[in-house]
Design a binder for this molecule. Structure first.
Ligand SMILES: NC(=O)c1ccc[n+]([C@@H]2O[C@H](COP(=O)([O-])OP(=O)(O)OC[C@H]3O[C@@H](n4cnc5c(N)ncnc54)[C@H](O)[C@@H]3O)[C@@H](O)[C@H]2O)c1
Length: 402
């Protein structure tokens, strides 16, 4: 008996549990937009609230969505005031308009900015003391309003994550709110919605998807399950990103990138991202540099340092993105991955230095101080970066080059 109890205790201490969370339904396919009708019909809402932005509206995608919904004869209110790197103040304003509209079904259509505001608004519309949720003092426990998300970039994967990222204007930083209540009821991923996505956004959000995949792959929270998603996402990215950027009307490459984004989002949501994101947040908060651009630029410089602690992973990443077999020369894999990431910036016409983005050299210590506070993400990286190391990485990225 005693032995058994000891055995049980031993087993208890060895067993670890991993939750894996995704939206109720993920629907993927060219033309999947039309199926939004079924989602709406199933809930029979009295009014629909569409959240989007002016660029997506101008591309005709909001009208396309409305045309699909028209036969249902359900009133629709549209809010297309979302801007890139949205603020907490914008979320509050959207919630106010949503509540005034008396709608009971939210549809987010757009890039990560519109989707983040849509899902946060649906989850917070019935809550008081929003500040507490924004600061992380309170966690959103439930969502009472239906929410469907349709990405038009590929992308952030925001349609399948339990995160929403907003800029805190007062503090000049970006912060994430995290809750499973932020997962939508349904994510509808229709690659056709990305056909109109401009080349620069395709490049920046595409590399963002890769950042999700590679950072979640090496994350200290990665599991066998999340790594399946990260790996496939990296493979699809390497195959499709260049054509998706330079020949955006090719639906095959758009589809490949939509898959890469979706799978990267699932792995990000369940394994977390790390130092690249932590260092990108202050650039978004202080300089309003687009999230994807900041991640893309920082990634080679960050990996140059942190990649030293995960040599075997770098060998595997090199094989996923087909830049060589380094199984017999492991120490060369990191250099090859970093060179690939650096070359990618040039091939995709993305900025290659912080200087080019207008960042002031004198601000770097302040940015390093802010990034070192993003402990939620830094702790996912298998390398404990000090504030001084973070500063050195910013300095490296400031001048650019290799
Ligand atoms: N919630 C998450 O898990 C998560 C993950 C990563 C990033 N994010 C957030 O996502 C935001 C960035 O999102 P993004 O990179 O998708 O860009 P975005 O949503 O800011 O959109 C960028 C621009 O592209 C335009 N656009 C988007 N799709 C288009 C289309 N199909 N046709 C024409 N124009 C189109 C928009 O109008 C906008 O001007 C940031 O705020 C970032 O913090 C969230």
């Amino acid at each position: 008996m005693t032995v058994l109890m000891n055995e049980e205790k031993k087993a208890e201490s060895i067993v670890t549990f991993n939750d894996f969370q995704i939206p109720g339904v993920i629907r993927f396919g060219e033309g999947a937009l039309v199926t939004i009708k079924d989602e709406v019909l199933a809930k029979k809402p009295s009014k629909i609230f569409i959240v989007s932005d002016k660029g997506v509206e101008k591309a005709g995608l909001v009208d396309e969505l409305k045309n699909v919904l028209k036969p249902l004869e359900i009133p629709i209110e549209t809010m297309t005031d979302i801007v890139g790197e949205p603020t907490f103040a914008l979320v509050e304003r959207t919630i106010k308009i949503l509540n005034q509209s008396e709608a009971d079904f939210v549809i987010g259509i757009g890039g990560g900015s519109a989707l983040d505001v849509a899902k946060a608004s649906a989850a917070l519309q019935d809550k008081k003391d929003l500040e507490d949720y924004f600061s992380g003092n309170k966690i959103i426990e439930d969502r009472t309003m239906s929410c469907v998300l349709l990405p038009t970039t590929s992308g952030t994967g925001a349609e399948v994550t339990k995160n929403a990222i907003f800029a805190d204007e007062e503090e000049g930083v970006k912060k994430g709110i995290v809750s499973s209540a932020l997962l939508p009821d349904t994510a509808i991923v229709d690659p056709k919605l990305t056909l109109s996505c401009p080349a620069r956004v395709t490049a920046a959000s595409g590399v963002d998807a890769f950042t999700h995949a590679i950072e979640s792959y090496i994350s200290t929270n990665a599991t066998e399950q999340t790594r399946i998603y990260s790996e496939k996402s990296m493979k699809l990215f390497a195959k499709h990103i260049t054509n998706a950027v330079h020949n955006g009307s090719n639906i095959k490459d758009r589809s490949g990138m939509s898959w890469a984004s979706l799978l990267g989002g699932v792995s990000l949501a369940n394994a977390g991202v790390g130092a690249v994101h932590a260092m990108a947040y202050p650039l978004g908060g202080t300089y309003h540099i687009e999230h994807g651009v900041a991640n893309a630029l920082l990634m080679p410089y960050v990996f140059k340092v942190i990649g030293k602690t995960c040599t075997n992973d770098m060998v595997r990443v090199a094989s996923f993105i087909e830049i060589g077999d380094f199984s017999n020369s492991k120490h060369q894999a990191l250099d090859a991955v970093v060179n690939y990431l650096m070359k990618l910036l040039k091939d995709l016409n993305l900025p290659t230095s912080l200087k080019e983005l207008g960042v002031k050299q004198s601000d770097l210590p302040n940015l390093a101080e802010q990034a070192s506070q993003v402990k939620r993400l830094l702790s996912n990286t298998p390398y404990r970066l000090s504030e001084e190391q973070i500063l050195r990485i910013y300095e490296d990225a400031y001048e650019g080059g290799e």
